[in-house]
Write a protein that binds this ligand. Sequence first.
Ligand code: ZN
Length: 484
Amino acid sequence: MMAFVRETRALSEVQGRLGWDQETMMPRGAAAQRAEEMAAMESVLHARRSDPRLADWLAEAVPEDDVQEAQIRQIRRDLDQATKVPAALSAELARVTSLSQGIWAEARDSNDFNAFAPTLEKVVALRREEAEALADGGDPYDALLDLYEPGATAGQLDEMFGALRPRLVALRDRIIGSERRAPVMECGVPEDVQMTLTAEAAAAFGYDMTRGRIDRSVHPFSSGSGLDVRITTRISPDAPLESIYSTIHEVGHAAYEQQVDPAYLLTPLGGGASMGVHESQSRLCENQLGRSAAFTSWLFGRLEDLSGTGGLADARAFYAAANRVAPGHIRTEADEVHYNLHILMRFDLERELIAGRLAVTDLPEAWNSRFARDFGLEVHSDAQGVLQDVHWSLGLFGYFPTYTLGNVYAGCLHAAMRRDLPDLDEALAAGSAAPATEWLAEKVRRHGGLYAPRDLIERATGALVSEEPLLAYLEEKFGALYGV
Ligand code: ZN
């Protein structure tokens, strides 16, 4: 059974590399052929994932230790998911979501939700059908959430998010009301300097370039596992901090995959524990460590050496600029205080969609009124509102909340890490996050998919998962920055 499962994983890595190629290297004219190549891989993989022999092997399997038990549990889970959903529905979903991404992109470019609405209606209907098949009489939204965050339920997240919201809003309101304004970095960091800093930041956060590489793409991402984990970045001369911090973010994902126990290579345990745990690794590196006063002081020094500091007087001003809080329409550009408010509204809206309580045609209105309530800003166009994210066009319902869950996990891990590593800031100020990445490798990353996400975080921190450490960190950091 394990030989068969490993071969399936290997093929799925090949499929992933085709996806990487498509975003980085593929000639533009190859798109139609690539779609056929991807569809062919998908049908081979689907047949292997639902192969009837798996059920027989599972029935005979006798685990000898915890690792084997976890492998068997994962194989059973994958088989369960692959067989619950009728093949025709899977195929239809794959077909519709591959087309809808293009339709979404055009609708966003022309700022026209109505051009996308009929397609989104189809995607929602198909995903609901799939969710009902997966849920087996349970809650459909929970069944989707479980695909990305095993064991999590909407009820549990609702409680956590309900505790986050009022304190985030109160903190944001104090900051907006503060007299203090953060400086803005003026542009002027040349492309080659950005690439140099990007490579240095990747090394600082433990990315092993002998088993990885950095290329460019329109949207930064990481892909792969084990011995081949690649990331991409985006260089924009006008926003030099963006390339550095999006690189650190992707390195958090990639180093996680690289540091999984090599014994799990190409097995069901050979990747991250969940999307939430994955996001905790990227956000912790990007924010708690990468935007710390210690690390930004090193970064400021490098900018001084290489190209100049964009008009910022000193390391203190650079730290404030890297942590500037301002309300805005776009999730991916949001600061640490606003970010989770973007997620919370998506979580509420997508649950209504999947439950059938909100019609797709009413979505822009629901979005805009909720946005005005949560952010105090009017939404003037669908492109800066309901059309901004790719997720729903791909049918990714149940995915958004893992971002905030990741931030909550990052808060827990960061608090525990600081307790264990009292001298961490000295290393960060010298341009190295090594003590932190070694701590993460030992406590979280090497375990791969061995433990359930919550168990993993609780083992690593010695405390129950809670939103409290994240809130305390945000209130302390931004309270000091803005004098509130
Ligand atoms: Zn991420």
